[in-house]
Write a protein that binds this ligand. Sequence first.
Ligand code: GRF
Length: 205
Amino acid sequence: MSKKRVAVLISGRGSNMEALIAAAASEAYPAQIALVVSNRPDAPGLRAAFERALQARLEAHRIDLVCLAGFMRLLSADFVDHWRGRMLNIHPALLPSFNGLDTHARALAAGVKIHGATVHLVVPEVDSGPIIAQAAVPVRDGDTAETLAARVLEVEHRIYPAALKFLAEGRVTIVDGRCRIEGETEADDVLVVPGICDGRLRGSQ
Ligand code: GRF
């Protein structure tokens, strides 16, 4: 099967883009990163012109799938609809909790013990859409938004390539608005925070 051609859209640092490129370097990976588009989030008045130009680039590069990776520009419903089922986003929280901005500071303020990241298909409503993968991390005493962000970012770099792989392999179907991943390996880990040192909880399941 030929590799899916992927465009990654970024606005800033680009560490998730790097993780996707690194994963795609492997021979067995079902997708190749064919295009990276970076924008600055200013000039919102240029949205229609920006989207026309973007769509032209995506078509010129025969892009199959789009990955938003820290892309800070809102996309119109028309654009999103065009790419429905073929566009992914990564969000630094366990959706539907903490959608929007400043997720790590808000998670700390709420006092949650477990936080994480989500890869989902993009729909017109921001930070919504069928979830393909999530990863959870513990919130530790003394965490700052920065230390928590760094812990979450590490798992982002693992789940984004994995989610793109599932999509590129055609293993993602949407049933009743939820993603089903064909042949998915059942997750068997339990994350308990604070930790339970004697391991009884895990053994007693
Ligand atoms: C990540 O935390 C991602 O979840 C969010 O924006 C950040 C982008 O970081 N959407 P990077 O540009 O991939 O390093």
